[in-house]
Design a protein around this ligand. Sequence first.
Ligand SMILES: [Zn+2]
Length: 268
Amino acid sequence: QIPYGTQDENAYQFHFNSFCDTYSLHPILTYNGLRILDQNSVIALSQNFSRRTTIRFIAAKNELFTYLEANPKSAPVLQVLLRTYGGVFEYDTKINTLLIAKKSGISEELVLSILEKSSMHGIVEYTSENRDMELTFIVPREDERTINVFANKITAINENKIANVNAMLAYIHNNNDCRNLQLLRYFGEKKKDPCGKCDVCRNKTDFPSSKVATIEQEILNLLEQNARTSRKLIRLLAHEEDEVLTCLQYLLEDGTIRVNNKNEYSLN
Ligand SMILES: [Zn+2]
């Protein structure tokens, strides 16, 4: 634990899963929280899924030499370790197993198994743990003061996200305002005139789309019997002339009907 107001510049091994377990935190929320701290330069997060391996030679030197002679397969790795890391007799020394593998000309896996074996034979003390994250504190610990700097920013970002989703939902459910105006409002533009073309606008005119569908169906029923001119259709249908003409136009546009050389409409 870091005292208030101080900073510890060490990189910490951070066991993400056990951290979440210990404090009953949701892993995804926790990860996002850490990323926000990282983005705001409170901590530096390095994610490396590498292994942290430490080693210390515990055998006496003569004991070690006997062991090296008796175990020619292990000897090169142990010799590389002795040459690479000074103090390996005195301290638990953090080693780079990949480097040792390269220097010894064998696989990292084999290096680990040789270390395992040497450990069982009492030559070295060997620990190997998988670490998942490394965390460095960039600013001194000041709790709320540190967080407050960007807490407002994050609140604003979240509120903005919520507002966007709500605006989108409103767009889907709002059948009173012109769709185009709603969209423009969503993008922050202020415009007053409805487009006159979207489903909302068309339903607001005297000629709603439900009525269009009815008239179109009646026209199609008549044309199924005979090809007819617009004059005849208007006379046969109990609708306004301009409504019938508009529907004929729609049907022509979507290719449901056509006009023949006698100026009659017929089904396509
Ligand atoms: Zn509209």
